[in-house]
Design a binder for this molecule. Structure first.
Ligand code: ATP
Ligand code: MG
Length: 431
């Protein structure tokens, strides 16, 4: 067990100014009410490592009801098994949790919410700050910045890991990964995002990977977003592949990637993740629909090809393969409708890119999902799934001022043109 190490502000270098206004209001409010209040988790870790924190979490010895008393209507209790408190200041929500001991099971395992009342009550036992530190996953995530003296309190050896830029589990790997298999994914994600060396002891054990198949699909969706919708997405993906962590989550796709046609399929996924990362780095909007479209495409495409070999026409084959893949997939990783609908549209529009005659081109270009579907076609061309010439044709077509756009009025819609089969300039210029 680690000895407590306390580090003075001038030594650790984190300042009040590094902490968001809302988090400071929560920390100061609790302290002024006589409670111990600490910044904890990812924010302390990120500040020590020189990254900008994504969110600020607070841990305190005030019990949930007491937190509500301090912040009144700004505070809202959430969670059933573990009551935590959301305190809202302006647009920012600060998660405040009471120090608690972990009786040895995972904190967000939905299946256990159904357990009898006795267990639920026992799980809500509050604990000391030292116990609170030890229930956390990685040592660098178990550091507390106490707002009263601004010292960092380290009960788990997290500071030496920060210094060594190392990601180490608190406790024994097999025990901690069995308690909550999502920690295996967090290990890869945190190491990749923060450029840390994953401690050999924390490497996901091959025989435990399949435990991920039992994690509730809704929680898995949140995790997958955090994995891939990030500028470090490509490094995270490489790490997940390296340890085989994607097999229980994207089983159908992984079966294709492991087959002889796998390389091109994988290149498409990697390019989609890299595109998203580049867009995020530039502050451009991104949608999970695109990443999911790429992640499931190999399974959809192969499924459709098989149905076509059995004699089904292409359009129904694609539709049927989509439904099968999506319904199997959502048992592992749920995909909310607001993303699954555009994802399916991206797929459904793909065959229409091959129809360059008649009214299809102008109709397709005015489809609300045209841009995403076109970007997807571009990826397919980059990995050799379709001819680059096809993409080029659509590139010219959509930029052509004579091509009807959604806003170009009823006259444009009614225009009926035939031809343009061979020459894009002739067809685009002939109206
Ligand atoms: P991120 O930068 O993605 O927010 P984070 O470490 O802050 O990373 P959160 O999900 O915000 O991740 O969790 C906040 C803190 O809660 C963590 O730093 C860690 O101390 C603790 N924690 C989160 N998930 C787990 C888990 N599965 N097991 C144990 N502790 C966890
Ligand atoms: Mg966090």
């Amino acid at each position: 067990m680690n000895e407590l190490r306390v580090v003075e502000p001038r030594e650790h270098g984190v300042q009040r100014g590094d902490i968001s206004e809302a988090a400071l209001s929560v920390l100061d409010g609790l302290r002024d009410a006589g409670y111990r209040a600490c910044l904890v988790g990812g924010a302390v870790r990120d500040l020590l490592l020189g990254f900008a924190p994504k969110d600020f979490d607070v841990a305190t010895d005030a019990e949930p009801e007491a937190i509500v008393e301090v912040f009144g209507r700004k505070a809202r209790l959430i969670g059933r098994r573990f009551q935590i408190c959301h305190v809202r200041f302006g647009r920012e929500v600060i998660e405040v949790s009471t120090f608690r001991a972990d009786p040895g099971n995972s904190e967000i395992d939905d299946s256990r919410e159904l357990d009898n009342a006795g267990r639920v009550l026992r799980d809500n036992v509050f604990g000391s700050i030292a116990e609170d530190a030890r229930r956390r996953d990685f040592a660098i995530n178990g550091l507390y910045l106490d707002i009263a003296d601004e010292c960092i309190y380290d009960y788990v050896g997290g500071l030496s890991d920060v210094e060594a830029r190392r990601l180490r589990l608190i406790g024994e790997a097999r025990v901690r990964y069995r308690e909550d298999p999502v920690r295996m994914i967090r290990a890869v994600r945190i190491a990749a995002k923060l450029d840390l060396r994953l401690d050999p002891e924390a490497e996901p054990p091959a025989d435990m990977i399949d435990l991920l198949a039992d994690v509730p699909a809704a929680r898995m969706f949140d995790e997958v977003l955090k994995l891939l919708m990030h500028s470090a997405g490509p490094a995270v993906y490489a790490g997940l592949r390296h340890y085989g962590l994607l097999h229980p989550l994207f089983t159908d796709t992984m079966a294709v990637l492991d087959s002889p046609v796998g390389a091109a399929s994988e290149a498409l996924i990697e390019k989609a993740i890299a595109n998203t990362a580049a867009r995020m780095a530039e502050g451009k909007p991104v949608t999970p629909a695109f990443i999911f479209a790429a992640l499931l495409w190999p399974a959809v495409r192969e499924g459709a090809a098989e149905l076509e070999r059995d004699g089904m026409p292409p359009a129904p084959a694609l539709a049927s393969a989509q439904s099968q893949v999506v319904s199997r997939q959502t048992q592992r990783v749920s995909i909310p409708k607001r993303f699954s609908i555009p994802m399916r549209e991206i797929w459904q529009l793909q065959p229409r890119f091959h129809k360059r005659r008649g009214r299809n081109p102008s109709r397709l270009i005015s489809h609300p999902r045209f841009r995403a579907a076109y970007d997807f076609l571009l990826l397919r061309a980059q990995v050799g799934e379709v001819e680059q010439e096809l993409v080029d044709w659509w590139t010219v077509m959509q930029d052509d001022p004579s091509t009807p756009k959604p806003a170009s009025g009823p006259g444009a819609r009614r225009r009926k043109r035939r031809g343009g089969r061979r020459s894009k300039t002739a067809s685009a210029g002939s109206s």
